[in-house]
Ligand binder design. Structure first.
Ligand code: IVH
Length: 682
């Protein structure tokens, strides 16, 4: 292919993939298989890598993320982001209708929409390209979160069709429930505090400084307002339908209503059916359809007079508190859990509710035998909101939080300022041991799939593993013939499984293969509290090997990007335990990677993404290796010789004359160290 053909092919693939993204993420109606999609994407990546100058701004590869934002830049909103007047009562909706009709007359058309429970966002499109994404902030200025928002697949990087030259789409970024639950499960595994609800998870995700971490969060976005001076229709409803044709994700659940009773029908329907949606809504928004009418009605300092939000009341039921269990997590945190007389709430049978911690337990003053009110609000897990005191039995007595671990009977501890009690017996408390082992083999850690599905439990019950280093002492003879009889009530009931040749070989092969897992993932696999994947990558990159990390003191650790006091303290206390140091030694002896390799390099930004750079001459104060590292950290590549394929030369003192001549012939730019520093600085 010549250059022109490559350009055409890249354009064609970009358009094709974006179209498929639209089918998949925006209208949830994919037309090709995942495999075929991946093939297209791979071809595009290959062509782009060979021809980085031909990458289009709307290319799907530009979503991936990798840019680290030191801090978000502030951006002024074109028009202030107002909020909506809220109501919980139908009467007030009726009053709203009366007010509107006073100004407009009787002939008013409304549009009803879902009120998405997420984080408001502004998307600016110029000539169809996504230029900026800004959070609400204080309504006048928000954070520029463009790099993070670009990772959300349902947000088009380029619009289709007859879009106006400039438009602003406002909407809500949210996290669908399924993705939220998965994310929280992972956080529990890493010892990170789970998010209380999808909205918090969304806002936490958008605030992350590393867009490659945002890319992993299952975020989605509905747009609900289109602004611009050149819109094709004079009303909201038609504009939204048109915006859908431009590729913007607009909810299908939007209705035109000619009477306030139709509005109430919409509200009533979604109050009942909202649990069927895969995401959270907290109400319905009612808007006057005509833009001319909207203008006539105007707005107060805070909110438009042409719209109102009807908020749903949280569903609440009453049931009996039967008992309280205390669960021990992988990191030893103790969670009190209420066992309830089963009751139907928001479409699901609720049997248990988290009581979170000792403070909440005390504040609620729940007692065994109490009748409690259980609510499902924004939070996914039902919560006990209060006790029906009228039904309290005189004989009841306050609950005292346990003092000892329910599993290993060790005295519990509670750090000042922390809400949770912990079982400090990290090494010998069974759920903590099993949790650590399970985390170690999990996909994002050492990825020893052959040890999944209850096998860890078998090894543990048979005294074969106590800590993660024991995996590497496993032999054929130790494993062959191990048996477990399932006597539970699940589908494996009365089933006996025993390790035969194939299972044992698979396990041993999986363990052997895990020795190739990069150092950053090994660090993550160790299960140090608060050390998730990203932090582990930063540590691996910064310290290069486990010995350096083990030697680091608190002060030094805090200086590392993204490592705060909490994480630093946790690392120090982990390596402070002799048992952990012995495990590390044993892992080292088993050839598990304890040194950073090439794969552990973490990009700091993509300012030099795909740039091929030659270094030539001397640079007082910088070694060649340092410069090379800087180039790599910002996504570039250091190459040895000058050719037409390179992007520029970093020229120092006394640059070689042959190189200089060749560069001039080829018209390649040379830049000095100051210009280079400017290029990579924020
Ligand atoms: S219209 C003038 N429509 O609700 C504000 N807002 O205070 C016009 N929201 O955080 C907003 N779903 O982000 C509108 N269908 C919808 C919405 C919606 C959710 C959010 C909005 C803001 C809050 C309103």
């Amino acid at each position: 292919m010549n250059q022109e053909e490559v350009r055409k092919k890249i354009k064609e693939l970009t358009e094709q993939i974006n179209q498929h993204n639209y089918y998949y993420y925006v209208i949830s109606n994919p037309v090709i298989s995942d495999y075929d999609f991946d093939m297209l994407l791979q071809e595009l990546i290959r062509l782009e890598q060979a021809n980085p100058e031909l990458i289009l701004p709307e290319s799907p590869t530009q979503r991936v993320g990798g840019e680290i934002n030191k801090k978000f830049k502030q951006e002024k909103h074109i028009s202030p982001m107002l909020s909506l007047g809220n109501t919980y009562s139908e009467e007030e909706v009726q009053d709203f209708d009366t007010r509107v009709k006073k100004t407009i007359g009787q002939d008013v058309e409304y549009v009803c929409e879902l009120k998405f429970d997420g984080v408001a966002i502004v998307l600016r499109y110029i000539n169809g390209l996504l230029e900026k994404a800004i959070t609400r902030g204080d309504g006048f200025r928000g954070d520029d979160v463009t790099t993070n928002v670009k990772t959300i697949r349902s947000i088009p990087l380029k619009l289709y069709g007859d879009y106006p030259a400039s438009l602003e789409a406002r909407g809500e970024i949210f996290m669908p429930r399924e993705g939220f639950e998965k994310l929280n499960k992972e956080r529990e595994k890493t010892g990170d505090t789970p998010f209380a609800n999808p909205r918090n998870a969304t806002s936490g995700s958008l605030k992350m400084l590393d867009s490659s971490s945002v890319a992993k969060r299952p975020l989605d976005c509905f747009l609900y307002t289109i602004l611009g001076s050149d819109l094709p229709y004079g009303n909201h409803y038609d504009t939204m339908k048109k915006a859908k044709q431009w590729g913007l994700k607009i909810s299908n659940f939007i209705a035109k209503c000619n009477t306030i009773n139709e509005v109430f029908d919409f509200i009533g329907y979604w109050d009942k059916e909202r649990n069927q949606l895969p995401f959270d809504i907290d109400g319905v928004v009612i808007k006057v359809n005509s833009f001319a009418h909207q203008e006539l009605l105007g707005h107060t300092a805070k909110s438009p007079r042409w719209a109102i939000a009807y908020k749903f009341k949280a569903e609440r039921v009453e049931t009996e508190l039967l008992s309280i269990d205390y669960q021990v997590g992988r990191t030893g945190s103790i969670t009190p859990v209420a066992n309830l007389n089963p009751i139907l709430l928001a479409g699901t049978m609720v049997k248990r509710a988290s009581l979170h911690n000792a403070d909440i337990l005390k504040k609620l003053d729940v007692r065994i035998g109490d009748n409690v009110f259980v609510e499902k609000g924004g939070e996914i897990i039902p919560k006990i909101v209060s006790v029906n005191m009228q039904k309290r039995q005189e004989s009841s007595s306050p609950v005292h939080f346990i003092t000892h671990c329910p599993e290993c009977h060790t005295l519990l501890t509670r750090k000042e300022g922390e809400a949770n009690h912990y079982c400090p017996n990290e090494m010998d408390c069974p759920p903590q041991i099993k949790g650590k082992l399970e985390h170690f083999i999990s996909r994002k850690a050492m990825n020893i799939e052959s040890l999944g599905e209850g096998k860890i439990e078998m090894l543990f019950d048979n005294d074969l593993v106590h800590d993660v280093a024991d995996f590497y002492d496993m032999t054929y003879d130790k494993l062959y013939g191990l048996e477990k009889i399932f006597d539970g009530s699940n589908e494996k009931k009365d089933k006996k499984i025993s390790f035969k040749e194939k299972t044992v070989t698979n396990i041993l092969t999986g363990i052997e293969a895990s020795k190739e897992v990069p150092f950053a993932r090994v660090l993550y696999a160790l299960g140090i509290r608060h050390v998730g994947e990203t932090v582990a990558r930063k540590l691996a990159y910064h310290y290069k090997n486990i010995d350096n990390l083990m030697k680091a003191d608190l002060y030094e650790l805090i200086l590392v990007d993204e490592i705060g006091e909490k994480i630093a303290e946790s690392i120090i206390s982990f390596f402070g335990l002799e048992k952990n140091r012995i495990i590390i030694e044993r892992l080292k002896e088993s050839d598990v990677k304890m040194k950073a390799g090439k794969e552990d390099i973490v990009p700091i930004s993509d300012r030099l993404l795909n740039k091929a750079i030659v270094i030539s001459g001397g640079f007082p104060g910088y070694s060649r290796n340092e410069l090379k590292k800087l180039i790599e950290q910002h996504g570039g590549r250091n190459v040895g010789s000058v050719s037409s394929k390179i992007d520029f030369i970093l020229a120092g003192e006394n640059m070689g004359p042959t190189k200089l001549k060749r560069a001039k012939e080829l018209g390649i730019k040379t830049i000095n160290i100051d210009e280079f520093s400017d290029l990579i600085k924020d």
